[in-house]
Design a protein. Structure first.
Length: 268
């Protein structure tokens, strides 16, 4: 009698384990490729507790690195001076802050372009202000804009000379005029001939809406479920980003065969 009970228990255990393994294998694969609202993925990115350290590759060659950091500001005005918000809980979001800093090799002479960017989004995820600083010694360029002011300020200096100019949003809607202002009449012709911008570009979105779906990539020797975000810039340049379930940037595929790879993944 005892041997029969033991046999039944072992058979039940075997069936249960096989069912769980089947669900883990085939149930997971069935979900891969299914779509997910892009807003859900962006919310995970904006509130991710982890920063992302990324190596930059181009044509299979390592050319730089960058660090992606996000943070959330919350309204604590309702709390007393002695009260602290629950750990890990955001009560009332005021804005999101995104930072991207690093450097990239731009010439064969080992000159590096250093970049430091800051973007602030409101709680509705509409941009409020951004600040971009580029440094290629001895030159420094800075772009700064506040949405409420509807202007963009450009500053340039090389140690001995400097230039500062503000542009209205209306002026930025005509890039050819701006290129002609700084590069002369031929600049606008070259811009049109390059195919980067056409007369019809002003009437379409610069970037298509983001699409997101469940995907899988290999982390070490094991497959890991991630989100895949993708869009297209100027109707010709594909942009793909792989995001962990916690919102960490794992890999980004940019135009001109530029790839950003999280240090956790290694290689390119």
């Amino acid at each position: 009698m005892l041997s029969r009970i033991t046999l039944v228990l072992l058979a039940g255990f075997w069936l249960t384990m096989n069912l769980l393994l089947w669900r883990a294998e085939y149930g997971r694969k069935a979900s891969l490729g299914t779509t997910v609202p892009a807003r859900v993925v962006w919310e995970k990115i904006l509130t991710s507790p982890d920063s992302s350290s990324l190596t930059i590759w181009r044509h299979g060659k390592k050319i730089g690195f960058c660090h992606w950091i996000t943070s959330v500001s919350e309204d604590l005005s309702r709390l007393s001076s002695t009260e602290s918000p629950p750990e890990g809980m955001v009560r009332d979001i005021v804005n999101y802050r995104l930072e991207l800093e690093g450097n990239v090799l731009v010439t064969d002479s080992n000159d590096r372009l250093r970049f430091d960017t800051h973007l602030t989004l409101g709680k509705n995820e509409q941009w409020q202000q951004f600040d971009v600083r580029l440094t290629l010694r001895p030159n420094t360029w800075q772009l700064r804009s506040v949405a409420a002011e509807r202007t963009v300020k450009l500053t340039w200096q090389d140690g001995t000379e400097s230039l500062s100019r503000s542009f209205s949003f209306a002026e930025l809607e005509n890039p050819q005029a701006l290129v002609q202002e700084f590069a002369g009449p031929m600049g606008g012709v070259l811009l049109s001939g390059s195919g980067w911008w056409s007369n019809s570009t002003n009437h379409v979105a610069v970037a298509r809406q983001w699409q997101a779906r469940h995907e899988s990539i290999r982390l070490g020797h094991s497959p890991v479920e991630v989100y895949r975000l993708e869009t297209q810039l100027l109707n010709r340049f594909d942009l793909v980003v792989f995001v962990s379930r916690a919102g960490e940037i794992l890999r980004a595929e940019l135009p001109e065969d530029v790839i950003l790879v999280n240090d956790q993944l290694g290689g390119n």
